[in-house]
Design a protein around this ligand. Structure first.
Ligand SMILES: Nc1nc2c(ncn2[C@@H]2O[C@H](COP(=O)(O)OP(=O)(O)O)[C@@H](O)[C@H]2O)c(=O)[nH]1
Ligand SMILES: [Mg+2]
Length: 641
């Protein structure tokens, strides 16, 4: 198995010497580091213990370089807290220890170094001091090894213990897409851009395409190295050097992320849960400007504390929104550290809960706290279905695509698909082609749709229904067409509505007419039936129908519309309407005529003769036939189709 071990501890306590004693590698690689004899930036070394391969990240202990320490500490599985026996617990021993605790590093060991410089009595004192420091923490029961890089005493024992601890560490979760926070970018002659970092999740393979974010550049893996050797692929928990095609090293810097393509999105705001250190001098307040260290980046940010007091007191845990001054790529549950702007001191640490949020308004804080609590709960229970639902809920009626959900969760395709299916089956989310929408907003949409149609029926009791396009504009204008479609599909399946080509009506909407309306309808029917093809003008027909009734013309017009809607009457021109049965028999007659001619041609005179009508009707009827593709103009004649 592979794992990353990070050193931690005060400057000059022998961290780099210890890594060298274990691996033979001097992790101080910069010329300035060699000259000054101190570690400035993170350094790397490997140790092969057979069943266990360890990548060491050696961090600087100097107060001024905590930023670099943090870039290294974010990816480690196990910490070696180094305390020099001749010096004891010092400020950065504490700070580094607190950082590891806040980053929720699960496992570790304590190495008391420089034991060659002290006697048993002094060593015992340091043991006590260290025990006090780590009391009630993840290191409380960690092995304590006395060692000397100078004499080599304790080094063999240290290797054995590292191997044992490594085998106890649970494998990294395999749910998140490939994610490598970049700690270095340089160029190798003949190869081009190379980046290094700890692969915190997923797998990277040769020839694979990846994204460099937040830069937004697509790159190709030309070659890979881990433990100083070429490899076809690297896994989570390994350090990797990745040779990239399609980019210059100068475009890349520490803090960027190399990750699965088209999976994650940079953002400037995220919601988080944080813990303020007990020893912090002051609480963390809203509007405070801080330094957020996440992955390998340091970003300046403003805090919005999501509680009544607008402050988190030392030793307390609470929810915050962080508004960053730069774009970062994060995944849920990713740990980070907060340091004060000036003087720079570690004051808090936490984890990302939601990486894609808008600025919260104060009045919404109560609801947001509820949602974030649910996120914490779901994470604790490892309940992915619930997590997905929580993310989707914030998309409300807009819904989200699978890609949107991947950017929110960071999950690999298989995990995401599986979780979506689970939720769809549970009916907690609804699938709309490439969109997903949470159940509650979907039900709201259905209700809104029904009441819109109902209102329309109330306004236009005799109309067929609401125009599909009108309904879409009223309720779905800002939403994807898929959402509109699926809403209608569901309402139809539930027998709530009837959707025709252009019109939508409530299933319960049938046109019941009063006795008086029935009378009007009968009169109109009779007028057109008796008229055959010599129909009256619309206005005359309407006047005629209301004669002798209490109805007025507007009322007649509505009933008239009803006959059109049902298809009984057909509009030929603005003033002429015909009974559909008359038009149908005329069509038959016209086609019969055609079948008895050689050329299927007819002129106006012949048409008048067949139909037995005057020019007044013949012209609009022929034009209607043209529109209906029963005839087509051919010079001054018409071809019967
Ligand atoms: N006597 C003695 N000196 C040591 C030991 N380990 C480191 N040193 C010395 O302590 C100094 C600081 O060591 P270094 O590894 O650079 O400390 P770091 O700042 O924690 O990385 C160097 O001069 C080392 O030679 C040890 O086990 N015994
Ligand atoms: Mg060092």
């Amino acid at each position: 198995m592979d794992l990353i071990v990070g050193t931690a501890g005060h400057i000059d306590h022998g961290k780099t010497a210890l890594v060298k004693a274990l691996t033979g590698v001097d992790a101080d690689r910069l010329p300035e580091e060699k000259k000054r004899g101190i570690t400035i930036d993170i350094g790397f070394a490997e140790l092969d213990l057979g069943a266990v391969r360890i990548g060491f990240v050696d961090v600087p202990g100097h107060e001024r370089f905590v930023k670099n320490m943090l870039a290294g500490a974010s990816g480690i599985d196990l910490v070696a807290l180094v305390v020099a026996a001749d010096a004891g617990v010092m400020p950065q021993t504490r700070e580094h220890f607190e950082i590891c605790r806040l980053l929720e590093i699960k496992s570790g060991l304590i190495v008391l170094t420089k034991t060659d410089l002290v006697d048993e009595e002094l060593l015992e004192l340091v043991r006590l001091e260290v025990a006090e420091l780590v009391e009630n923490s993840f290191l409380e029961n960690a092995p304590v090894i006395a060692a000397s890089a100078r004499t080599g005493s304790g080094i063999a024992e240290l290797k054995d213990i590292l191997r044992d601890l490594a085998l106890e560490i649970p494998a990294r979760k395999n749910e998140i897409v490939s994610f490598l926070p970049i700690d270095r970018a340089f160029s190798v002659k003949g190869f081009g851009a190379v980046v290094t970092g700890t692969l915190v999740s997923g797998e990277i393979s040769e020839a694979e395409e990846l994204d460099v974010l937040p830069l937004g550049r697509r790159v190709r893996v030309r070659g890979l190295q881990t433990h100083g050797k070429s490899a076809k692929s690297v896994r989570a928990g390994q350090r990797a050097a990745v040779n990239l095609g399609g980019i210059e090293h100068a475009d890349i810097e520490r803090g960027m992320v190399l990750c699965a393509k088209d999976a994650l999105r940079p953002a400037q705001i995220f919601d988080a849960e944080i813990e303020v250190l007990k020893d912090a001098k002051k609480g963390l307040k809203s509007r405070q400007r801080v330094r957020v260290h996440i992955g390998t980046i340091e970003a300046l940010a403003r805090v919005q504390v999501l509680n009544e007091a607008n402050e988190i007191a030392p030793g307390e845990k609470d929810f915050v929104q962080l508004r960053l001054e730069t774009f970062v790529v994060t995944i849920p549950n990713e740990r980070f550290i907060i340091r004060s702007y000036s003087p720079q001191m570690t004051i808090a640490g936490g984890r990302v809960l939601d990486n894609s949020v808008n600025k919260h308004r104060r009045k919404d804080v109560e609801n947001i706290r509820k949602r974030l609590k649910n996120h914490v709960e779901a994470e604790k229970q490892n309940d992915r279905a619930k997590q997905l639902k929580l993310f989707l809920e914030t998309s409300e009626e807009r819904g989200a695509t699978r890609k949107d959900l991947q950017a929110r969760t960071g999950w690999r395709d298989e995990i995401l698909k599986k979780t979506i299916v689970e939720n769809v089956e549970k009916k907690s989310i609804v699938e709309a082609e490439s969109f997903y929408i949470s159940r509650t907003p979907f039900e709201n949409l259905k209700t809104k749709t029904l009441s819109e149609i109902e209102n329309h029926h109330r306004r236009e009791p005799l109309a067929k229904g609401i125009l599909r396009e009108t309904l879409r504009e009223k309720i779905f204008a800002q939403l994807a067409p898929e959402i509109f479609k699926i809403t209608l599909v569901h309402l139809e399946k539930e027998n709530k509505i009837v959707a025709e080509k252009d019109y939508i009506r409530l299933a319960a909407h049938n046109l019941e007419l009063s006795a008086e309306e029935e009378l009007l309808r009968e009169k109109l029917r009779k007028i057109y039936k008796n008229a055959k093809l010599e129909v009256p003008k619309l206005e005359d027909a309407l006047n005629d129908s209301v004669g002798g009734t209490k109805s007025d013309k507007t009322h007649a017009r509505k009933i008239f519309q009803l006959l059109i809607n049902s298809g009984e009457l057909v509009k030929i021109s603005e003033e002429f309407y015909f009974a559909n049965s008359e038009i149908e028999s005329l069509t038959v007659k016209t086609r019969e005529f055609a079948s008895n001619t050689a050329d299927r041609l007819i002129d106006v005179a012949k048409f008048k003769e067949i139909a037995g009508i005057s020019r007044k009707y013949a012209i609009p009827l022929l034009e209607f036939f043209d529109r209906e593709k029963i005839t087509r103009r051919a010079g001054d004649k018409r071809l019967i189709l």
